[in-house]
Design a binder for this molecule. Structure first.
Ligand SMILES: Cc1cc2nc3c(=O)[nH]c(=O)nc-3n(C[C@H](O)[C@H](O)[C@H](O)COP(=O)(O)OP(=O)(O)OC[C@H]3O[C@@H](n4cnc5c(N)ncnc54)[C@H](O)[C@@H]3O)c2cc1C
Length: 248
């Protein structure tokens, strides 16, 4: 059986579109910070399962996730109703392209996330190994509404001099309203933080966002001489889509 039945420990709503929850961790479940795993609910004996990045770090005895709520989504229309004590099924094979082994060490690491694409970076920014590999880590989280800035207080409370957290809100008034990808591309991001302009020789990029943003930014980087991690080797940038757009 690739899936094991786990118990919901807690649920935390952020907005009408996003919520987090914690599950018990399957016995012997090993993963790298930044990876994702398929989780699901059983309805009338049938499993409805989707990929989810793991928010919690590998040293915890629970698994935490950050979820979107798609009102007509096969999984999340149900998942949004889970309560402590309910069952969620967790696959036993986590994987992913956003681990520390997927990008070279370097000077500044830029982590660019939109929406629930923040999830894998929540795991990574709490890993001390990250700060040994990079002088500075810049985490940009772009969302539409302020309420979608999940984990904002926790990130700010990390109070780590190597970590720069840049929340941006595109559809409500907020100190920063530009999209994270635009801030990065224009050079405004590094400039505002007082960091050297991003350079493929010294700096690294991890992207986890909506498919359009992820694709566009990967193209821009490649055109500017950056190399993506692939079967050919570890590059100076790596990407993962935060979700796939399904067409009926
Ligand atoms: C590698 C990978 C990692 C993922 N990690 C997460 C995660 O950590 N948290 C999470 O909530 N989802 C994540 N997803 C998306 C997730 O797998 C499901 O698509 C999501 O839970 C919705 O499931 P659903 O069955 O309700 O709707 P689906 O039928 O899966 O999706 C319906 C539509 O909703 C939109 N959509 C789906 N997911 C999102 C999202 N996260 N943000 C914005 N729009 C979305 C898309 O337009 C999609 O076509 C990930 C997907 C992949 C491929």
């Amino acid at each position: 059986m690739p899936y094991s039945e786990q118990t919901v420990q807690s649920v935390r709503p952020w907005s009408d579109k996003t919520f987090s929850f914690r599950l018990s961790r399957p016995q012997g479940f090993a993963f790298e910070n930044g990876e994702f795993v398929t989780i699901g609910l059983k309805r009338e004996g049938k499993l409805v399962a989707r990929a989810y990045s793991i928010v919690s770090t590998a040293d915890r005895d629970y698994l935490e996730f950050l979820s979107i709520h798609v009102p007509d989504g096969p999984l999340t229309s149900q998942l949004v109703h889970i309560r402590p004590g309910d069952s969620v099924w967790v696959n036993n094979k986590p994987t992913g392209t956003l681990t520390l082994n997927h990008v070279l060490p370097g000077r500044t690491l830029y982590m660019l996330a939109t929406g629930t694409g923040l999830a894998p970076f929540m795991s990574l920014i709490r890993d001390p190994a990250l700060y040994a590999r990079y002088e500075h880590v810049v985490l940009v989280h772009s969302v539409r509404m302020v309420a979608e800035l999940a984990y904002r207080a926790e990130i700010e409370a990390l109070n780590n001099a190597q970590l720069y957290y840049v929340p941006t809100v595109t559809r409500e008034s907020f100190p920063t309203t530009e999209r994270g990808s635009d801030l990065f591309r224009s050079g405004m991001l590094s400039q505002r933080l007082g960091l050297p302009a991003p350079d493929p020789e010294h700096d690294r990029v991890m992207i986890c966002g909506n498919p359009a943003m992820t694709r566009e930014l990967a193209h821009t980087l490649k055109d500017a001489g950056w190399t993506s991690t692939s079967h050919r080797g570890v590059g100076n940038f790596t990407t993962e889509v935060a979700f796939v757009v399904h067409h009926e």
